[in-house]
Design a protein around this ligand. Structure first.
Ligand SMILES: [Zn+2]
Length: 87
């Protein structure tokens, strides 16, 4: 598969990397919480950054609608450094 630099990461891509959800982040008051993909029940091809607009999240702290949904990297399983080891 060609690696296009501007291809947005989708939920499917994120799950392949071991991620389990996104962080909902309020740009106004900087509140954040994590939400899992299971709870969101969105299509696998949904871009991760489009999750907040798609679900119309509103901040529970300030009521702001400027909510971002960056991937939650805490569950990321970094691939083992292949090909770099010397025997
Ligand atoms: Zn807020």
């Amino acid at each position: 598969m060609p690696d296009r630099p501007y291809n947005p990461m989708t939920i499917e891509n994120a799950v392949e990397l071991g991620l389990t959800g996104v962080i909902l982040y309020c740009r106004k008051c900087h509140r954040e919480r994590t939400v899992s993909f299971d709870v969101l029940a969105l299509l696998q091809e949904t871009p991760v950054l489009a999750i907040a607009p798609a679900r119309r999240f509103v901040c529970s702290g300030c009521g702001g609608r400027s909510v971002a949904s960056p991937p939650d990297w805490t569950a990321y399983k970094a691939p083992a450094a292949g090909g770099m080891s010397r025997r």
